[in-house]
Design a protein around this ligand. Structure first.
Ligand code: HEM
Length: 572
């Protein structure tokens, strides 16, 4: 009993000291923030508090729901959880201006949504480096492109970039069209599909697997899959690793390997070990192939890294360590997989809500490929003409931007022009490029900025000729889904080829709609699905639908050809 009391006192003392410390830090940070001269909001917990990150959304939701007398509406429940920006869109910036500051007991966080300032930040990568303590959490298979800075980043980026080229994009195209055609075959054979998100994940994972180590896999729907044991199933292992990245980062791989942990945590550890095993085997295979002269090709990511690394090993910069190769294989899978999967899932759901966009795309794909079998679709002559399919991706990535971007001022203070004001940004400030606001500001995107309307990206010809249509871009800095500048996404075109190939294969001859409930009309089902997309999506690590399985979709063959509706496209 005495021991228990001591423990309670010790815990109480710890909480009291931690609170006093947090308060002192908050006051200190406030003094620094005040000098910047932008509006300030206090947030009680730092946005990068790792333990908070594990529970933030749930706790904020519970407090919002259960605290009485309106107490649930406070800065913690409104702004202090991952992805609050997605819910808020541009509202906070409309109220406070293009820049404002969140002051927390940890860091000061500057939010910016001015296109010129955003572009300036992305271009001045020395003044605004990545805050490595945030990205470090993606280090658990080894240092990689996303988690290093300076010369180490330059070396890794150069070696990684040797993979991203048109020959490999062509591979991505053919692999994607083939997998998406198989997915369509599987979906069309069912009365309805609840595995849309899982199955799009299978498509992107298989494309990546082909890209990473040259292995083609057949598509199978999650519903038809028997082996979901992470020890033997690579996709399952990777899925668990990706879904639990936050947890793995918070607890660390060493801790997760402890024997006494509950079964759910052991499963995460099993998945990490299986994924690591898989990487090691692939690495050893490739190295062996290189030694035996069997691998002269740089057509896989693993081979490109090993070749580039060997080429540089003798130079002054040196090659990659084994850990760096593993780290980069992980980040390639992570960055290249979830971002595209979630964008595709959002797009398929949005297509089910918008049959007119399906017709619009179908008309374009028919125009480009006619009656050719998808296996003969040519990348070089087909992909660049599929502007509407591309517009669908851009519009989805605008409203449902998967990847957030955080910068920092690092050790040095700097200045930043925001509108007609120059602000002094203190050292050690974290900067959020607020894409959710930037991508929806009515002054850039018009009064219908919150509506999903792919045609806004297309400039048409007066009489609706397909080949005169082209994609129009907003002012630079206003659309940053793939970022800009030195550290922009190297997989941008890879993901676009994947997305466009999938859309073309799915929608040329088929259409999709939400499953109607008993007594429900199709219009009501569409409204229900749109409500789910808007309210049941959140940022886990990336933005995603939380329960896509609760949105069953039905695939139907188009009865006849679709006419091109030029009224969808704004005229020049
Ligand atoms: C819809 C698809 C995608 C989107 C929206 C996207 C977006 C982004 C963004 C915004 C960044 C910069 C993040 C930051 O500065 O913090 C980034 C970085 C990165 N992306 Fe993508 N990405 C996509 C697909 C891909 C694909 C398919 C690959 C690889 C196959 C890939 C590989 C990477 C890598 C390795 C980085 C780190 C680059 C560096 O720091 O030098 N991404 N991506």
């Amino acid at each position: 009993m005495a021991l228990l009391l001591k423990l309670v006192y010790a815990f109480g003392l710890y909480v009291a000291l931690a609170s006093v410390y947090s308060l002192c830090r908050l006051v200190q940070n406030y003094r620094i923030a005040r000098r910047v001269g932008v509006p300030i909001r206090f947030v009680p917990i730092d946005h990068n508090n790792r333990l908070w990150l594990v529970v933030d959304r749930k706790v904020a939701w519970l407090l919002r729901r259960w605290l009485p007398f309106g107490l649930g509406d406070n800065n913690l429940t409104r702004f202090d959880w991952r992805g609050w920006e997605f819910e808020d869109k541009y509202k906070e910036h409309l109220l406070l201006g293009d820049a404002f500051m969140h002051v927390s007991p940890g860091k000061n966080w500057l939010y910016v949504c001015n296109p010129d300032s955003v572009l300036d930040i992305l271009r001045r990568s020395r003044d605004f480096p990545r805050p490595m303590e945030i990205y470090e959490l993606l280090n658990f298979f080894g240092p990689n492109l996303a988690t290093v800075e300076g010369q180490q980043w330059k070396n890794q980026r150069r070696m990684a970039m040797s993979y991203f080229n048109e020959a490999n994009n062509e591979m991505v195209w053919h692999e994607t069209v083939s997998l998406a055609s198989d997915a369509l075959h599987s979906w069309a054979s069912k009365p309805f599909v609840t595995s849309t998100a899982d199955d799009t994940r299978t498509i992107t994972l298989h494309v990546l697997s082909k890209a990473a180590h040259g292995k083609s896999n057949k598509f199978y729907s999650r519903d038809d899959q028997e082996d979901v044991n992470p020890e033997t199933n690579y996709k399952e292992a990777l899925r668990i690793v990706l879904d639990n990245t936050m947890l793995i980062a918070a607890l660390g791989r060493k801790f997760l390997a402890k024997n006494w942990l509950p079964r759910a945590l052991k499963k995460v550890n099993t998945a990490c070990e299986a994924f690591q095993r898989h990487l090691t085997e692939a690495y050893e295979d490739e190295k062996q192939a290189l030694i035996c002269g069997r691998s002269s090709s740089k057509s896989t990511y693993m081979a490109s890294l090993i070749h580039a690394s060997q080429d540089e090993a003798t130079g002054s910069t040196g090659g990659l360590t084994e850990d760096e190769i593993y780290g980069n294989m992980y980040i390639f899978s992570f960055a290249g997989h979830d971002s595209t999967t979630h964008t595709l899932t959002f797009a398929l759901m949005l297509m089910a809500v918008n049959p007119d966009v399906q017709d619009w795309i179908s008309a374009e794909v028919r125009h480009v490929f006619g009656e050719q079998d998808p296996s003969n679709w040519n990348y070089g002559t087909g992909f660049p003409r599929l502007h509407r399919c591309m517009a669908t991706m851009l519009e989805t990535a605008r409203l449902f931007t998967p990847v957030p971007i955080v910068k920092s001022t690092g050790k040095g203070a700097t200045s930043l022009k925001v509108g007609d004001k120059i602000i002094a940004v203190p050292a050690d400030t974290h900067i959020i490029l607020n894409y959710a606001a930037l991508h929806t500001l009515p002054r850039i995107w018009g009064e219908d900025s919150l509506a999903w309307r792919p045609a806004r990206w297309i400039q048409g010809s007066p009489n609706g000729e397909f080949d005169k249509e082209q994609v129009v871009w907003p002012q630079r800095g206003a659309f940053i889904a793939w970022s800009e500048g030195q550290r922009s996404c190297p997989g941008r075109k890879f993901s676009q080829v994947e997305f466009v190939g999938t859309m073309a294969a799915l929608f040329k001859d088929w259409r999709v709609e939400p499953l109607t409930m008993a007594g429900e009309r199709i219009e009501a089902a569409r409204r229900r699905l749109m409500h789910q997309i808007s309210t049941d999506s959140a940022q886990i690590l990336l933005l995603q639908m939380l329960h896509p399985e609760k949105a069953p979709l039905v695939w139907k063959k188009r009865d006849a050809g679709v006419s091109n509706d030029p009224s969808m496209v704004p005229k020049v």
